[in-house]
Design a protein around this ligand. Structure first.
Ligand SMILES: [Zn+2]
Length: 167
């Protein structure tokens, strides 16, 4: 089960550590969203994005999420393919500011972007592989549905939409 948590920049590492341990013990996949003070926010490209730039990102994969390939709907997100790694301690300053550019910006549906969070692509791929393992180990309804033939698992390599898009 996915748990979304929104923390203020003032949240201490100790608090975060306790929350993470609780999530592991309770079997939650934890995604932490940090809320930043907009006046201190240091991102440039993403936060000064014009309609034209946003449209260019939307058009990269014909209006589809770069990861799962679903059609993007209102409120779609812009993800950094290579994470820019925002630092809570420095009011949201990013560690890799040069990655905040058009080439590294991907159109994404909200769920892909939120799940990917600050992961690199391979970590995100492994996270998705882990969903099936988690369902098989912990979700009774999923296991029952599988036994009744309602769910068929496929042992396939995960390829993201944008990886297939150009090939
Ligand atoms: Zn998606």
């Amino acid at each position: 089960m996915l748990l979304l948590l929104c923390l203020k920049p003032a949240a201490t590492n100790a608090k975060l550590c306790i929350i993470k341990q609780w999530a592991i013990i309770s079997g939650f996949h934890l995604t932490i969203l940090h809320s930043y003070n907009q006046t201190n926010y240091s991102l440039n490209y993403l936060h000064s994005m014009t309609k034209k730039n946003r449209q260019a990102i939307f058009d990269k994969y014909d209006g589809r999420c770069a990861y799962c390939g679903c059609e993007l709907s209102k409120g779609w997100h812009v993800d950094h393919l290579k994470p820019i790694r925002r630092s809570i301690r420095q009011n949201g300053k990013c560690r890799y500011p040069t990655r905040d550019c058009f080439e590294n910006c991907m159109p994404a549906c909200a769920s892909c972007n939120i799940n990917k969070h600050q992961m690199n692509l391979e970590d995100f791929r492994n996270l998705i592989y882990g969903f099936i393992k988690h369902l098989n180990e912990r979700n009774t309804q999923y296991k029952i549905a599988r036994r009744y033939g309602l769910v068929h698992q496929a042992d396939i390599e995960i390829k993201f939409y944008f990886e297939n898009y150009l090939s």
